[in-house]
Design a protein. Structure first.
Length: 204
């Protein structure tokens, strides 16, 4: 791709298959109606934003979720429902990353939390691997570690400034349209992975 030196990838929906409906259904079965008003691909309420920016501990998240919903779910019940959306890594996409490393600087920017990080690393290492997941990238940024989440403008500005790269020379790839539009406003070139499109199909 012309004039592109850097590529920033999303994790869920880009390299890891996810299904938000599985988590919504799991919470609804546990007694939490209208869970998608609290969390969905498009938005997150204050509690889940705190979780994804590392501003609340795992234990306090469980307590606050129960308090806000009037439930008395165990940490295991909440954790299992929350992790239900995480499926499997796209192996062909991971192979594509290895080929792209010879052409571009590769980065990851993911809205995630410490509960999901433990879970998706477990999924990744459920297969025999030659190296950790983060080794695919020059640098991996997780919202719960950096304190910012997409699509907030400060998240993109912080990453660009931290890496000291040119936004105009950077391609941002994500499956959520609101994240793509925000990256475009930040000056990056963008690609929206729609309807299950894979990164290896983008012709990079």
């Amino acid at each position: 791709m012309e004039n592109i030196k850097n590529i920033i990838f999303d994790l869920g929906g880009g390299l890891l298959d996810i299904d938000y409906n599985l988590t919504r259904t799991a919470f609804e079965k546990a007694g939490i109606a209208h869970f998608d008003d609290m969390y969905s691909q498009a938005a997150a309420d204050q509690l889940f934003q705190k979780l994804e920016t590392g501003k609340i501990s795992e234990d306090n998240f469980y307590k606050e979720l129960n308090h806000s919903t009037g439930m008395d779910l165990s940490p295991k019940e909440i954790r299992n429902a929350w992790n239900a959306m995480l499926l499997s890594f796209r192996e062909n996409s991971l192979h594509a990353l290895m080929e792209l490393k010879d052409k571009y600087q590769l980065y990851l920017l993911s809205n995630t939390n410490f509960i999901h990080m433990e879970a998706f690393n477990g999924i990744y290492h459920s297969k025999r691997r030659a190296f950790p997941f983060n080794a695919y990238f020059n640098k991996a940024f997780y919202s719960c570690e950096i304190g910012f989440r997409k699509p907030d403008a400060i998240c993109y500005a912080w990453v660009i400034d931290h890496l000291k790269i040119d936004a105009a020379e950077t391609l941002f790839i994500d499956d959520s349209v609101q994240n793509v539009e925000a990256a475009k406003r930040a000056g990056m070139k963008t690609a929206h992975l729609a309807n299950g499109e894979k990164i290896e199909e983008l012709g990079l």
